[in-house]
Design a protein around this ligand. Structure first.
Ligand code: ATP
Length: 599
């Protein structure tokens, strides 16, 4: 009954259904293995439940037999023992088959699940990742995978055998003596119902406990990340006190959860004591009327031991299943969330012929409360170099993100060589654009691999040429492992300027027809910038280029400069015209920077 309640309860929750569906979709690819895993344990359990019948026969013979030198009794006693041996060996062999199959099946599905999560997760939009913590996403993927292992283990090794065993024992006992069968049936229903109820009762306490665990872990991680701040602001004492308050809450939550568990265990064990007593009490009455034999007592006792040892864990199995499902559901939700930016079903690859870019009356907002880009229109000719300038927060980086289709527009169109970017594949669009971001992030891989990321089939010689052009070579050659140096998580072991140079090297290697430079040299000193400007100038040749810069000296030589303010075009012109436009924003910015350098 508990099992039935469990499944009914689960069936009511949509996300749980989705979790099981996801697990099933991944399992059914190996249909034969699933069938073996479900059928063979049933056979093994049925065989194990048959063995006590031979023990019964054995003790029935033994109870009336006298030692017999002729060996007739010995032969009679040996037969059930041989039967038990054969049954035991068969069950042993069947369980070995199940284990063997499982050793292939489960790791296979776990790997498939990890692959599916990886693939689906990476197709989520840029916004999706901006709004989430990396660590939390990684944890969710791991939890989903653990949950699959946990759920299948619980079903295969616990719930399924328990159900079959209990059913088989009830049938045999009814067959032997209907009253004993009825007592055991009634007891099983009450026991499973109560265990299920207790498991549900305990859930909120377990949830509170794991919530307090999470808070303590998060605080610990945050404090370790901020270790330098704690030292700088001499806050170790305060931090420790705050941490102590959280561990105190964790202690209370854990104690309460364990006490509730102890209460549940006490009720379960008392039910078991009552069962043993009642069954034997009734059995003695039947024996006294000659309706039960010694063998029946052995049968009853063996069955009780088989059942009780397994039923003891029933509440825990249910609780574990709920926990695994709750763990999995967070990730399933992500897997069920449609990708925000998707290829149009008829999307074709972008064909860049000349590199003409048109922003046609585009508007965009990150949140509905505020429009960041407002009716922005701009035509960029083939091979034209356009500088985007404007106050911080004006929307310059957002324009670049929209051109890369990291977000879909609220209205308007962005057109490249006559093709709306919403109608081409995202992959082909991004393949046609070289992009150097403000703060490039690198993989924790070698510098060689990081630069080669610009074009993954580039030869070592091509990587070196790009690296030299971007003046990466100088600092890389000073590192002990040179190009084989690992750069740390997100490239943390490199300075901002070094990371920028790696990003420029990547763009040089990629050599895409459209180039976007977002403050590409902002982290470089004037000397390095001068050297790299030269490399960038060469890279820009023949390419349609958009350059965002705060230091106006870097965009002076652009064909056109677009001054953006509050998501709109404020002024457009060459450096020469804008710098002489009286009262113009560009002129003001230029004077503030006194020819490129802030005074
Ligand atoms: P800066 O020169 O300082 O880099 P910018 O002109 O490039 O500024 P954007 O980065 O495009 O400006 O930002 C424009 C506005 O959009 C800002 O007000 C910013 O706070 C907001 N914004 C940027 N990214 C996001 C985001 N992911 N979610 C919500 N708002 C954002």
């Amino acid at each position: 009954m508990g099992i039935v309640l469990f499944w009914l309860h689960l069936a009511m929750k949509q996300i749980t259904r989705q979790t099981f569906l996801l697990f099933w979709r991944h399992s059914r690819r190996y249909g034969l293995l699933v069938a073996i895993q479900l059928i063979v344990p049933v056979a093994a359990v049925l065989i194990e439940t048959t063995a006590p019948l031979f023990y019964k026969r054995f003790f029935d013979i033994l109870a009336v037999a006298k030692p017999d030198a002729a060996g007739a009794t010995v032969a009679a006693l040996t037969r059930p023992i041989i039967a038990i041996f054969i049954l035991g060996s068969t069950a042993w062999a069947l369980w070995r088959i199940v284990h063997f199959v499982n050793n292939h099946f489960q790791p296979r599905v776990l790997a498939d699940l990890a692959d599916s999560c990886f693939e689906y997760l990476h197709e989520h939009s840029y916004r999706f990742f901006v709004n989430r913590f990396v660590g939390a996403l990684v944890r969710k993927v791991n939890r989903l995978i653990n949950a699959y292992e946990g759920v299948t283990d619980k079903i295969q090794w616990d719930l399924l055998p328990l159900t079959i065993r209990t059913g088989a024992i009830l049938v045999v006992l009814f067959w032997e003596n209907y009253l004993l069968g009825a007592i055991l049936l009634a007891w099983t229903i009450i026991y499973l119902g109560i265990s299920y109820g207790l498991a549900i009762l305990k859930l909120p306490y377990d949830e509170k406990r794991s919530a307090s665990d999470t808070i303590v872990t998060a605080r610990l991680a945050d404090s370790i990340t901020n270790n330098a701040n704690i030292k700088l602001f001499t806050a170790a004492g305060d931090e420790h006190r705050e941490f102590g308050k959280l561990t105190e809450k964790q202690f209370r939550a854990t104690r309460l959860a364990w006490n509730v568990e102890g209460f549940a265990d006490a009720i379960q064990s008392s039910l078991m004591v009552v069962l043993e007593f009642s069954i034997f009490y009734v059995a003695i009455r039947f024996w006294s009327r000659g309706m039960l034999t010694v063998g029946d007592f052995v049968l009853i006792q063996t069955y009780l031991m088989q059942m009780l040892s397994r039923l003891w864990g029933f509440g825990r199995i249910i609780r574990d299943l709920y926990r695994y499902l709750a763990d999995a559901e967070e990730m399933v939700e992500i897997l069920e969330t449609p990708h925000e930016v998707q290829d149009n079903p008829n999307a074709k690859p972008l064909a860049v012929t000349t590199g003409v870019i048109t922003f046609r009356d585009i508007s965009f907002d990150y949140a509905q409360t505020r429009t960041v880009i407002k009716n922005f229109s701009l035509d960029i000719a083939a091979g034209e170099k356009v500088g985007l300038v404007g106050p911080s927060g004006a929307g310059k980086s957002t324009l670049v993100a929209l051109l890369l289709r990291f977000y879909d527009l609220t209205s308007g169109q962005i057109i490249i060589d006559g093709q709306d970017i919403a109608d081409v594949t995202q992959e082909s669009l991004r393949a046609a654009i070289g992009y150097v971001p403000q703060d490039p992030i690198l993989f924790h891989r070698t510098l060689m691999e990081n630069i080669r990321y610009g074009r993954r089939d580039a030869t070592d010689a091509e990587v070196l040429t790009a690296s030299q052009a971007a003046h990466c070579d100088e600092f890389i050659n000073q590192l002990p492992d040179g190009y084989q140096t690992y750069v740390g998580e997100r490239g943390i072991k490199l300075s901002g300027g070094e990371r920028q140079r790696v990003a420029i090297a990547r763009a040089i290697l990629k050599n895409a027809p459209i180039l976007l430079l977002d403050e590409a040299t902002s982290s470089l000193d004037s000397h390095a910038e001068k050297l790299i400007q030269e490399a960038l100038r060469r890279l820009m040749e023949g390419k349609t280029t958009i350059v965002i810069a705060h230091r106006l000296s870097t965009i002076m030589k652009m064909d056109r400069i677009v001054v953006v303010r509050d998501g709109r075009i404020h002024e457009v012109g060459t450096h020469e015209t804008l710098v002489h436009k009286s009262g113009g924003l560009y002129k003001q910015l230029w004077e503030l920077q006194a020819g490129g350098f802030i005074v």
